[in-house]
Write a protein that binds this ligand. Structure first.
Ligand code: FPP
Ligand code: K
Ligand code: ZN
Length: 547
């Protein structure tokens, strides 16, 4: 951003002094710069977009209203915030932490509708608290007890006692156990039953049902969202399944009872998943929850995260997706002046897409920057899958033309501004939110902070072919703290795709508009929980005797 573009908002906008009324004695002539000396906010974030479509529609009206509600926060005019010299407020840790502890406690009666989402509340709150730097091990005993009550003998976890196991609630419980950590927490999981249950969800088309016997007409309510059908959930089902399988180091082979069982040892729990993801890329370049549906940010993250677990992302992502078109779609999700992301075309910015869309960028950047993303070698495709092999061959051309991402592919500054200016509830309530005017909640607190974490950190990925040559620099690794050296391959891990080695960099390219005290903890780009928590649970289950 050029220096001359960084200036205080234009005089036409009301200044905090004239708005808040508590500095009445100040002369009207006084400039914004004198009140906030050195405030440097690019015009991009304080003014209406220069190019506008004059056609007025319902969509354009709500978009205009959204810009109007965000502008005062972005321009440093909200009286309740203390802004730094970049016009960015700090993160109100104490209030958010208190809000999240409250959400983990007893909830008011109206939350009865969210009863089946209890595992989600656990994950959202524990994850958000962890990113804010809190130690969540004090919740270990109660999480263990709660998780036990949610587990079914037939495998997996339901939303509560005597509820059917569901892939999403299972994912949320497993992540919650990983977040509190420790042997007793890991041991809650009946891995053998879990393995059998996942096999029973695995479909011959490569996808996963989200619960046993779930037909397309069986619906369930996604927290805070409208009802959607089962098929629409397969895209995220595959991501949840891949995360569960990887964290618990489950064997990949299928039991004969699985609907996907063919008797061939080359068909396993992960077979066909990448091809399923490929079929979900739409004409827009984004990714939908099932083939031929509307592209949505939530599925983009699930798709990329899933591919990143099936093989090295530098190989799997360009093999199965048209990356330039995906980048174009992802980039179109970031709006100005708001700075935040929308979830789909012609919709509004929302703080939770800071993760669902923002969290795609570390994966894409790593894919472009890892050596393999630039090489012309073939993709990671099972030889027994001719359709996928053909795809990989055509995609190789695209892959060779992908340049490395020397600069971020999104505006980190814009996202950080949107999050810190617009997504914090500044009242006593605390917590993070969709946008100004909306109530904070646990879901948005988790995903807004996850997005902030990806915007505040940079990740580097090893090249898969030469792991030894790609060890992270010792000094950088030491400074960054949570990075760990690659592990030697173990017997059981051998049938799992080799885990890529992610390293968080101790610096951030470009201008840093937030203060260091406002940096939240880094989270693993694929699992969205801290890297040491991923490492600890995987290590515990690697080569586990018995199962
Ligand atoms: C539209 O909501 C939302 C969707 C179509 C997808 C919701 C899915 C998730 C949040 C992801 C779940 C992921 C996992 C890992 C379980 P909307 O119409 O209210 O919002 P919009 O206007 O912003 O599109
Ligand atoms: K929304
Ligand atoms: Zn949202």
């Amino acid at each position: 951003m050029a220096a001359q573009q960084r200036r205080p908002p234009s005089d036409s906008s009301p200044s905090p002094a004239t708005r808040s009324g508590d500095i009445e004695q100040i002369d009207e002539e006084i400039t914004f710069d004198e009140i906030h000396p050195g405030f440097m906010i690019p015009d991009l974030f304080t003014q209406l977009p220069p190019v506008r479509d004059t056609l007025v529609t319902g969509t354009s009206t709500v978009q205009d209203e959204t810009v109007e509600v965000c502008l005062p926060f972005l321009a440093g005019e909200d009286g309740d915030f203390k802004y730094n010299e970049h016009g960015v407020p700090g993160i109100d840790r104490a209030k958010h932490v208190r809000f999240l502890h409250q959400c983990l406690g007893k909830l008011p009666a109206r939350f009865v509708a969210a009863d089946a989402s209890r595992p989600w509340f656990l994950y959202w709150c524990l994850s958000a608290l962890t990113m804010l730097g809190e130690d969540v091990t004090s919740y270990r005993d109660s999480i263990i007890q709660t998780a036990r009550s949610m587990q079914n003998d037939t495998g997996g976890f339901g939303g509560g006692g005597r509820q059917l196991s569901h892939i999403a609630t299972t994912y949320a419980v497993v992540l919650s156990l990983a977040l509190v950590g420790g042997e007793e927490a890991y041991e809650v999981v009946d891995r053998k039953a879990m393995w059998k249950w996942l096999g029973s969800l695995k479909q011959p088309d490569g996808g996963f049902q989200v619960f046993v016997g779930g037909e397309e007409d069986i619906r369930y309510v996604c927290p805070g969202k409208q009802e959607q059908d089962q098929a629409d959930h397969r895209g995220r089902g595959a991501y949840c399944a891949a995360v569960i399988i990887s964290l618990l180091r489950l064997p990949l082979d299928l039991a004969p009872e699985s609907p996907a069982y063919t008797g061939s040892s080359s068909v396993n729990l992960l077979t066909g998943v990448a091809d399923y993801v490929r079929r979900c890329q739409t004409f827009e370049g984004g990714i939908s929850g099932q083939p031929n549906a509307e592209a949505h940010g939530a599925y983009a993250f699930c798709a990329l995260g899933c591919l990143a677990l099936l093989d090295h992302p530098g190989r799997s992502i360009p093999s199965y997706l048209d990356v330039p078109r995906l980048i174009a779609w992802l980039s179109s999700r970031q709006y100005a002046p708001e700075g935040g992301f929308s979830g789909r075309t012609n919709k509004l910015v929302d703080g939770c897409y800071s993760h669902w869309v923002g969290g795609c960028f570390p994966l894409i950047e790593a894919c472009l920057n890892s050596n393999i993303g630039r090489s012309s070698s073939g993709g990671a495709v099972a030889a027994d899958d001719p359709a996928a092999t053909a795809t990989a061959t055509t995609r190789t051309t695209t892959k060779t033309s992908l340049p490395p991402a020397d600069e971020s592919l999104f505006s980190r500054e814009g996202l950080i501004r949107y999050i810190l200016c617009c997504c914090q509830d500044q009242t006593r309530r605390g917590g993070l939110r969709d946008k100004p005017g909306k109530m904070s909640d646990a879901y948005h607190s988790c995903y807004v902070l996850s997005g902030l974490s990806s915007a505040q950190h940079q990740w580097e990925l090893d090249a898969p072919e030469e792991p030894d040559a790609q060890q992270p620099d010792d000094a950088a690794a030491a400074a960054a703290g949570p990075n760990e050296p690659p592990r030697p391959p173990s017997k059981q891990a051998a049938d799992h795709p080799r885990e890529a080695v992610w390293a968080v960099l101790p610096y951030l390219d470009g201008l840093q508009v937030f203060d260091n005290k406002d940096r939240v903890r880094p989270i693993h780009p694929v699992y969205a929980i801290p890297q040491p928590s991923v490492r600890a649970i995987q290590d515990y289950f690697t080569d586990r005797p018995g199962f």
